[in-house]
Design a binder for this molecule. Structure first.
Ligand SMILES: [Zn+2]
Length: 314
């Protein structure tokens, strides 16, 4: 029965993507040719890294709309069109199965593609949700690696290598841009390492498992309320266990995420007399964040400030 449901779910995804690809190919327009490299990125951090390396030699389209989180996005015709029109398609490879499904069609149209999870290395195993087993869609690795400034540097280097390969004439420009941004990311890494070095608490409770790469890199323990997806619901028993552990470890702050409901974090915080704080997983910026000029680096600095509060760092 479970196998049948998985088979059925896979069929639905394949048919949906297939149908959208056919619709797109029928209405096929020629690629925009303005001398720039057109990059389509499945969601925000990849788009930001591509913009930083490509500068004004590229255009970057973010396929996941602003304010939407990329777990379980269903591709729209516009997203399919954006992916198939690009010279380079960037995907995460774990969080965005819908975009991975577009790779063969994009390559058939002559696009270069880069699945980040295959090149960054050092991936952590996924934190499983209790319902993953029955859904049969448990992920093998944790896809949130862009949240580690060290993994982010590897992603930027991979984008640089690919851009140099497909647009050799502007290799120097890409290298100069990448070197500057890699320096910024290295400084961010040092800010995290220094900022979280000496804290009273080395445990963080968050609504979703997304800070796992930060926990691994900067040596704190992460207790996620839910695992894989920010919308996953833990059982009452799991929540009670977590409340007991959090209380016994002196936890004073519970993190919730910007693009998901804060309800679970608020429930847990009330239960143990803690406060809630925002952890922004950078799965997408909201329109307000874009208007305020926020970026990967500025939001990572805000995340660091909030982690320092929760961990009681001097
Ligand atoms: Zn996530």
């Amino acid at each position: 029965m479970r196998q049948f449901r998985v088979f059925f779910a896979v069929c639905v995804v394949v048919l949906t993507v297939g149908a959208l690809v056919i619709v797109w190919q029928r209405s096929e327009t020629s690629r925009i040719d303005d001398g720039r490299v057109h990059i389509a990125a499945s969601f925000y951090p990849l788009a930001e890294f591509a913009r930083q390396v490509g500068g004004d030699a590229v255009t970057v389209e973010t396929l996941t709309p602003a304010g939407v989180e990329p777990h379980d996005v269903e591709p729209t015709p516009r997203q399919v069109a954006g992916a198939l029109d690009a010279d380079l398609l960037l995907v995460n490879g774990g969080i965005d199965a819908w975009a991975v499904g577009l790779i063969p069609a994009a390559e058939a149209r002559g696009a270069a593609t880069l699945a980040m999870s295959e090149v960054v290395g050092g991936l952590l195993p996924a934190i499983a949700d209790e319902h993953d087993e029955e859904d049969g869609d448990a992920e093998v690795f944790d896809p949130h690696f862009w949240l580690s400034p060290v993994h982010a540097q590897r992603a930027v280097t991979a984008i640089l290598d690919t851009l140099v390969e497909i647009d050799e004439d502007r290799a120097e420009q890409y290298r100069t841009n990448a070197t500057a941004y890699l320096g910024t990311l290295a400084a961010l890494d040092h800010a995290y390492a220094d900022g979280l070095a000496q804290c009273e608490r080395r445990v963080v409770v968050a609504s979703h498992a997304s800070p796992a790469y930060l926990a691994a890199a900067y040596d704190f323990e992460l207790l996620p309320i839910a695992g894989r997806s920010p919308d996953a619901e833990p059982s009452a028993g799991a929540l009670a266990t977590l409340a007991r552990v959090a209380r016994s470890r002196g936890v004073r702050h519970i993190f919730f995420e910007t693009l998901a409901s804060p309800a679970l974090a608020e429930t847990l915080a009330r239960e143990i007399g803690a406060q809630t704080l925002v952890f922004n997983p950078l799965e997408g910026l909201t329109d307000a964040e874009i208007a305020a000029g926020e970026s990967y680096v500025s939001i990572m600095q805000e995340n660091l400030a909030n982690l320092r509060t929760a961990m009681a760092c001097p």
